[in-house]
Design a binder for this molecule. Structure first.
Ligand code: ADP
Ligand code: 5GP
Length: 209
């Protein structure tokens, strides 16, 4: 029987290390990563169709109108959204899919897919967050400050998530995250077919008494 994959949503402060963590999970454990659409400009080294589908605002708005997005949100002046088709296809095939998206989008997906697993990634401290954003070297100080100020608002939503993942030592964080997703397979709601099967099997013993 075809078992649906688990939909995992990873959110967290900009600079927490979500992208780094997700890359490792995909490389080591073959999770399927949804590629988002965005209207922000590519950073150095980013490619259309690999990190994001880089679109104009008109193109993005057409996708919204055509109902092609599972969710979308505006983040620090740009649109970001998850193309629906790939996610649905992979889950049906039984693959585990990761969405690396911000909080408004994560909560919208949770409403539509209540069995989605919500993970919030954070650095061990606010100071480390600032250092990582500066160290990444991809944004100017003005954008970094906007992202830090946004992080302060985002912290209010941490209690809405299923797990808080502290990304201190990267390899430990990768193993911990993978273990959480693996364990999720055994949640009672996801094992209804097995419960039914063994209940039926056990009835044979009862009838044989
Ligand atoms: P996000 O996707 O959450 O914005 P990134 O994955 O781009 O964050 O990480 C931000 C910066 O922090 C990058 O320069 C990355 O190399 C670094 N980084 C990520 N995880 C760790 C870690 N566990 N320890 C030290 N540096 C890290
Ligand atoms: P960045 O510009 O740093 O790549 O991403 C900014 C924020 O947008 C991050 O918090 C990232 O998780 C989020 N994001 C990326 N893709 C999507 C998406 O498809 N939908 C939503 N809602 N947020 C996204």
């Amino acid at each position: 029987m075809n078992k649906k994959g688990i939909l995992t949503i990873i959110s967290g402060f900009s600079g927490a290390g979500k992208g780094t963590l997700v890359k490792e999970l995909v490389k080591k454990y073959d999770y399927k990563l949804s590629i988002s659409a965005t209207t922000r400009s590519p950073r150095q080294g980013e490619e259309h169709g690999r990190e994001y589908f880089f679109l104009t605002r008109d193109e993005f708005e057409s996708m919204i109108e055509d109902n092609q997005l599972l969710e979308w949100a505006e983040y620090v002046g740009n649109y970001y959204g998850t193309p629906k088709a790939y996610v649905e296809e992979q889950l049906e095939l039984g693959s585990h899919v990761i969405l690396e998206i911000e909080i408004q989008g994560a909560l919208k997906v949770k409403e539509q897919c209540p069995d989605a697993l919500l993970l919030f990634v954070t650095p061990p401290s606010a100071q480390v967050l600032k250092e990582r954003l500066i160290g990444r070297g991809t944004e100017n100080m003005d954008t970094i400050n906007k992202r830090l100020s946004r992080a302060c608002e985002e912290a209010l939503y941490m209690p809405d998530y299923d797990y808080i993942i502290v990304n201190d030592e990267l390899s430990e964080c990768v193993e911990e995250t993978n273990a959480i997703i693996e364990n999720e397979r055994n949640r009672t709601e996801r094992r209804q077919d097995f419960i039914q099967l063994i209940t039926e099997e056990l009835k044979v013993f009862q009838e044989g008494e």
